[in-house]
Design a binder for this molecule. Sequence first.
Ligand code: DAH
Length: 355
Amino acid sequence: MSDLDKINSIFNAKIDSVKTKEDLQNIKTEFFGKNGKITQQFKTLGSLEANDRKDFASNLNKVKDNLSNQIEKKFLEIENAEINDKLKNEKVDVTLPVRPFQRGKIHPVSQVIDEISSIFSEIGFSVAEGPDVETEYNNFTALNTPEDHPARDMHDTFYLEKNKKLLLRTHTSPVQIRAMLSGKPPFKIIVPGRTYRCDSDQTHAPMFHQLEGLHIDKSITMGHLKGCLDYFIKEFFEVKNVKMRFRPSHFPFTEPSAEVDIGYRIENEKIVIGEGNKWLEVLGCGMVHPNVLKNAKVNPNKYRGFAFGMGIDRLAMLKYGINDLRAFFETDYRWLNHFGFDPLDVPTNYRGLSK
Ligand code: DAH
């Protein structure tokens, strides 16, 4: 029996009993490793006569190919067996009840944003967004608030550079400009988002949330604005009647402008929204100023409309009886567990917003 035949039969005897990847690796080393049986045969080539060398090399290569093919085949066999084994043993019975587990909670601000989006989507508003880092132009100038306007001081702006061209938006109103510049009228959008002002106490945080609304079409009036807000407030607070008043106000980007108050009373140390002799300011609004339309390339002789802006955090505090705004941003798990919402209970108008 030649050396190659011997190697072949040793290999054949071993390969059949291989069960694991580890066994296979051992065989690989025994035959193809640094001092492996096949490797050693290759080392003898140099000492052979030219003629013998040719024949031997071709035989050796055949044996080598044969062995490596078998190793490869075995490897796939073991892999397959492992997978089948897993499939057989790691079964999940999807009909079993789930174990109680901590799912985490939805933050009241996220919940309220979902509720508001659902309410407005019912009457045809879609949700638009804009960046937190805004240009001074979109945040102020385009909104009819020129450089020397006193409203700029009231906003306690975080400027991002010395020349004051970039800032953290102080309100969601700049998205009105972005939305109008990037499309054609009519526009009917709401814009929830983060806003920033250099201010912090029990009712103010440097980062807070606002919701902007904008409806531009050919014959929109203040009556539409009133109807829209009346519907929204009732839906949001989940009450049938809401006492509401429009108080004349001033915003550079609307003319006329108004602030909206809703009636409330305190009963058993709890706030009851919608009725009573006290007033609570909830939002600012008005008819979009023609200068704003012009700056956003909308023809004010053809189109008009209303806009409004409100503080989301404040609405969340009112609805869910949270009295310190700062708690929203403290990431206290116990607080979130108490005030948070079930992630599987997505708010919709027809299923109920918060119940
Ligand atoms: N941007 C205003 C603020 O932050 C709120 C506001 C008032 C928005 C009137 C409006 C509006 O769109 O019409 O105080």
